[in-house]
Design a protein around this ligand. Structure first.
Ligand code: SF4
Ligand code: SF4
Length: 413
């Protein structure tokens, strides 16, 4: 695609990156078939190709309106289009750059600005989020249907965190909302890794990965969260105390793996960020490397009479963001789960960070479709790999929804 970027952006690092991405798009339209918002709305401007066209116009200096902002807001950043695109267009990076510019040029209404402000201040802050969750539990009976199911009625126990010191050590990202909503996920990971001879530790100062804030277009604030995590992890990395950074929420995993790219122009942090990204591993990657060990442990127990039918929702950040496909399914099958077929498994469930709050109508439609697909194989249980998807799906189904590592924890001898 021919481009002629405007003076305000063309010589900046972001402008050069956006220009290269725009030029890689050949306008073939293959991506339309897998875009969830295009499937629902049927409007070219709510498709990847249409949005690329809008972003090109904006970057070439044409006036930006609230209509441009609306079409970009409706994008889930699910990156299904990247998986489909034969030309390797890095749509996610382009939309990040463009949203930051639109945010500066188009004012939002006061209620929307206030909502976005509170989301980016509360969600990454564990203390504030914990407080709000306690209040939400108290008034849970007042909350309507699907939202009510997404608020856990009682605090969940994490269970024991093993203290055995093995020869191998890995760090785990604590995250922001996950410790309050589902503390068992990281504790289950620690127990599973302990059985495999790996000690899992936390860096106390690390917290939110920065994704929530960054994707609410407060990009500098998001980068500060990333720098804070790098500072917290660095003492463990510098002296090779930790061989990997394990991430149990795929939304955070996709972001940490992108630290190197997002901080590439920060002189002080670029090198460290690249190293952190190289060490970041989704928990499925860690377990996949231990598959023989897992198989060996399973061979010692008879699981024939104890099989469970499971439906796995692969989050967009896992299958499109990190391009990890089939690993969780392989591991779960190894430990004796029967996985059901999930139609249209490439489509987003509608959670997408804060999307379920900011675009509730589209989000609920996607949730309905996803639950139908997950339930079509009549599973006993649903599993996923990201806390946001987990809470969102739980709001739409009466089946229990768990992180798959919790099931591994229950199953692995
Ligand atoms: S993003 Fe990729 S698939 Fe979509 S129109 Fe451009 S080149 Fe084609
Ligand atoms: S990221 Fe997802 S919603 Fe956005 S344009 Fe691509 S496929 Fe469509």
């Amino acid at each position: 695609m021919q481009t002629k970027l405007a003076d305000f952006i063309k010589n900046s690092p972001q402008g050069k990156e956006a220009d290269a991405i725009l030029r890689s798009c050949v306008h073939c339209g293959f991506c339309l078939a897998t875009c969830p918002t295009y499937q629902i709305l049927g409007d070219e401007l709510d498709s990847p190709r249409g949005r690329i066209y809008l972003m090109k116009q904006m970057l070439e200096g044409q006036p930006v309106t609230s209509k441009t902002q609306l079409h970009l807001d409706r994008c889930l950043t699910c990156r299904a289009c990247e998986t489909t695109c034969p030309s390797g267009v890095r749509y996610g990076a382009l939309v990040d750059i463009s949203r930051g510019i639109v945010e500066k040029q188009v004012n939002r209404t006061t209620p929307v600005s206030v909502l976005r402000y509170f989301l980016r201040k509360i969600l990454p802050n564990k203390l504030m989020f914990n407080g709000l969750l306690k209040i939400a539990r108290m008034v849970r009976w007042l909350v309507p249907g699907s939202m009510k199911k997404a608020i856990p009625a009682h605090p969940v126990s994490a269970g024991e965190w093993p203290l055995t010191q093995h020869g191998r050590t890995m760090l785990v990202l604590d995250g922001c909302v996950q410790p309050a909503l589902a503390p068992n996920i990281n504790a289950a990971t620690a127990r599973v890794l302990d059985k495999l001879g790996i000690t899992l530790i936390k860096a106390q100062e690390a917290g939110c990965c920065g994704a929530v804030t960054y994707h609410l277009n407060a990009q500098q604030e998001g980068l500060d969260y990333m720098r804070r995590n790098i500072d917290a992890w660095w003492p463990f990395i510098e002296h090779d105390k930790a061989e990997a950074i394990v991430i149990t929420a795929s939304g955070c995993g996709a972001t940490v793996k992108d630290y190197g790219h997002l901080l590439q122009h920060d002189e002080k942090y670029a090198g460290k960020a690249a190293r952190i990204s190289a060490l970041a591993k989704d928990v499925s990657e860690v377990l996949n490397a231990e598959l023989e060990h897992i198989q060996h442990r399973m061979d010692q127990q008879n699981i024939g009479s104890d099989r469970m039918k499971l439906s796995f929702h692969s989050p967009c950040t896992l299958q499109h963001g990190m391009q990890i496909r089939g690993l969780v399914e392989k591991i779960l099958t190894t430990v004796g789960f029967d996985l059901t077929h999930v139609p249209n498994a490439h489509l987003c469930c509608g959670s997408a960070g804060t999307y379920s709050i900011l675009q509730p109508k589209l989000s609920q439609q996607l949730l309905k479709n996803k639950v139908q697909a997950l339930e079509s194989g009549q599973p006993d249980q649903v599993a996923t790999a990201n806390i946001g998807c987990l809470m969102h799906l739980q709001g739409g189904t009466s089946l229990s929804v768990k992180h798959w590592i919790e099931l591994m924890d229950e199953r692995l001898p």
